[in-house]
Design a protein around this ligand. Sequence first.
Ligand SMILES: *Cc1c(COP(=O)(O)O)cnc(C)c1O
Length: 431
Amino acid sequence: MKLYSTNNKEHFTNLKDAVLKGLPEDNGLYMPSHIPVLPKDFIDNIESFSIQEIAFTICKALFNSTIPENDLKEIVYDAINFPAPIVSLKENIHVLELFHGPSLAFKDFGARFMARLMSYFDRANEEELVILVATSGDTGGAVAYGFLQTLGIKVVILYPSGKVSPLQEKQLTTLGHNIYALEVNGTFDDCQAMVKKAFLDQDLRNQIRISSANSINIARLIPQSFYYFEAYKQLKNKNNLVFCVPSGNFGNLTAGLFAKKMGLPIQRFIAATNINDVVPTYLKTGTFKPRPSVRTISNAMDVGNPSNFARMLDLYCSTGNIKEEIKGYAYTDDVTKKAIKEVYEKYNYIIDPHGAVGYLALKKYLDQNPSHNGVVLETAHYSKFKETVDTELEFTTEVPERLAILEKRKKEAKQITAEYNLLKSYLLEKR
Ligand SMILES: *Cc1c(COP(=O)(O)O)cnc(C)c1O
């Protein structure tokens, strides 16, 4: 498999370097040089395959023997070890539940897969690899779970003390094994600055190997295409299919475009956002104007300059019409809150604020395209946003066992002030 940078299509990299480096030096994003079309036979008979078999088939075609089959199978089967079921609200509105992984959000697919690929590509190195992450809350959890007990890799997470939710803090500080948390008396920006300093510190890098778990690593995108196929498999009516994707950085939607390129019969995509609506605005006006993000109740989508937009444009530069294939809609918090209540009252389904934005967009789209059949990606379990959901529904929603269990676990974090030297000595001590 070869990959190019969106900023230089003539310069190719192999999968190993793309995964271990994360970003090309020219500040573009890695893209597969060839996205294969899967055999029609596979798609016609998709109902006979498990999600792991689907994932393995996609990887085999895409990686094109970069990784020996047995090794690849192990990576895929180990990473994708939880389901992605469809729940139908009505005949043409379905919800694809992507929250059955360990951190209860779709990012588990990407994080688990990336962790295993990194560990595989790095296996010949005897020296441990340290993944350094600064988090404002959510990404840290997915990365921590993703790398939990991964061979040869240690994760050090920096988070701002008192500025992540109690549940998020538990996800960062109770896993043990190869996951270490540093509770920084400072802001998220302080944490990020300390991590950046570490990467620039040659003296440190002479002594330990460090890497990042970048959210735009190509290894996170690829597994997100698996569940579009998995959704298609489960639908009884597979005609006029549209996917509605609650979006922030647009990785999830980009993975859907990959699935379509691989031959999955998808009519259209719906880009659903909160008021951070630079992409829906682009789809209407043709002007892409990044701006600072605004805080909302669907906070995992509070992105003012979506990084995967470059990949979306890249996919459409040679073929098709982006404005025809992707429709964009944006919603305020007030409308989103009402949608949480509406979905519960109409369908007896508890949807989280991100899914609710998707539901609104799909409903609007179906008003204009009544013959179409839509799937909303439910990107997180509602209990991750329990305060908002309970307030709107006016009762106390149930917390799943695997989340409730965290409350009883003991937090383990080393508290430090926001000084780079403390991070450095911690890393050297922990060697
Ligand atoms: C990350 C995230 C999103 C946004 O996904 P992108 O791929 O960045 O568009 C949406 N919902 C939830 C719950 C998320 O965690």
